[in-house]
Ligand binder design. Structure first.
Ligand SMILES: Nc1ncnc2c1ncn2[C@@H]1O[C@H](COP(=O)(O)OP(=O)(O)OP(=O)(O)O)[C@@H](O)[C@H]1O
Ligand SMILES: [Mg+2]
Length: 220
């Protein structure tokens, strides 16, 4: 996925009328298949940037183009459809549904055509080393396994872009690095553009490119 942002800004108005500038005039280009790590201190605007690129939120100013098409003023419907068809998400918390098995959780984004997708889900389960856990509930899994399920769920719709916001932030270092390796190799093998927020400097070195942020600004 090609992403082009020009002077992208996001302001939040707090209930006391105070304005917070979470993102200030950010301009960047990301080409299809690139792997990008976003780093910076807490409050720097990393999640805000991801939300805007992922069409979960609209910018207060500036423009964002996806594959050449302008999305800054797109309707909620168009944004939702584009998200569903083209973008996968991973968060620090896995947000798996507790009542559903591993297989069912993976199929949630494609639930209305799940019978067509079972083979693909099973292949993902196999590749991500979850075969023995396919019928387990999330609570029966380790943290690393839960995040691998979250990765499979993010990949089931064949996204062009994976957005990962500290996906290994809750894991111990070793487990985190295993999951990170899998995220990178899946994206590289399938030519998925990856934007990943991390506090792990080793991980950021594995990315093709680094975006450093501070106080709502991109500083490199
Ligand atoms: N919904 C919101 N309402 C008001 N302010 C917000 C909101 N979301 C974020 N902010 C503010 O915007 C700034 C950037 O937040 P953001 O979540 O993007 O930071 P971050 O770099 O992801 O931090 P962290 O590493 O802690 O996740 C912060 O000052 C935050 O308080
Ligand atoms: Mg964040």
């Amino acid at each position: 996925m090609n992403i082009s942002a020009r002077n992208l800004s996001k302001h939040y108005i707090l209930n006391k009328g105070l304005e917070v500038a979470a993102l200030k005039e950010a301009s960047f280009e990301i080409s299809a298949g690139e792997t990008v790590a976003v780093v910076g201190p807490s409050g720097a605007g990393k999640s805000t940037l991801l939300h805007l690129v992922g069409l979960m939120d609209s910018p207060s100013g500036g423009t964002i183009k996806i594959n050449g098409e302008l999305f800054s003023d797109a309707s909620a419907d168009l944004r939702a459809r584009t998200r569903r068809e083209k973008i996968g998400f991973m968060f620090q918390m896995h947000y798996l549904l507790p009542e559903f098995t591993v297989m069912e959780n993976i199929l949630i984004p494609v639930w209305n055509k799940r019978s067509d997708k079972i083979k693909e889900a099973a292949a993902l389960v196999e590749r991500l080393g979850l075969s023995r856990r396919a019928d387990h509930l999330p609570a029966e899994l380790s943290g690393g396994e839960q995040q691998r399920v979250a990765l499979a769920r993010a990949l089931i719709n064949g996204p062009e872009l994976l957005l990962a916001d500290e996906p290994t932030g809750n894991l111990d270092r070793e487990t985190g690095e295993i999951v990170e390796q899998i995220i990178f190799s899946e994206c590289r093998n399938r030519n998925i553009t990856l934007i990943l927020v991390t506090h792990n400097s080793e991980l950021s070195n594995k990315a093709g490119r680094l975006i450093k942020m501070r106080d709502g600004l991109i500083i490199n």
